[in-house]
Design a protein around this ligand. Structure first.
Ligand code: ADP
Length: 155
């Protein structure tokens, strides 16, 4: 049975930290599905379709990686896609507190799902999507933080 992992997140935007988790995850899994969760209550900064395209472009040379977007409980999506693993990155204790809770809930929804955490590579640990959004919003070039080209905001 192929080992399929779902890597769920908002990816608003997808960063070099996320890319690192996927590339390292490929050592563990036969297939990684990057799942962008749609959240009706949360307004995105980068359009969902744009981010799907940019992530696809990033992993063009990797047939074991694909990108989906979803509007459901993450654990339900994993079950439907035949993914027995959820892949998540851990940067610090704040991430840990949050991840600890959601991994329990995910097993409540889908008892066979196992969350696998990769500790962030130290040089990528300071990267967060929210900081990139702020830099971009005020016209800063964010090439250092994302694995694709983004137009700078028009300021
Ligand atoms: P969410 O909104 O679900 O937290 P994110 O898109 O912010 O989604 O993050 C998705 C996953 O990537 C989470 O497990 C998060 O901890 C991890 N992550 C975020 N930034 C980094 C980084 N710089 N390095 C490694 N993992 C990261």
């Amino acid at each position: 049975m192929p080992r399929i992992a779902l890597f769920p997140g908002s990816f608003d935007p997808f960063t070099k930290g996320h890319e690192d988790i996927v590339l390292r995850g490929l050592q563990l899994f036969d297939e990684i599905i990057i799942g962008i969760g749609r959240n009706a209550n949360k307004q995105r900064y980068f359009a969902l379709e744009q981010m799907v395209g940019l992530i696809e472009q990033t992993f063009r040379g990797y047939p074991a990686v694909r990108v989906v977007s979803y509007d459901d409980l993450t654990a339900n999506v994993a079950r439907e896609m035949g993914a027995r693993f959820l892949l998540r990155g851990l940067r610090n204790t704040t991430d840990f507190e949050y991840e600890n809770g959601i991994s329990q809930v995910n097993r409540f929804v889908y008892e066979d799902v196992e969350t696998v955490f990769l500790i962030t590579s130290p040089h990528l640990a300071p990267i967060s999507s929210s900081i990139i959004r702020d830099l971009h919003r005020y016209g800063k070039n964010v090439d250092a933080f994302v694995p694709y080209k983004l137009e700078t905001a028009g300021y």
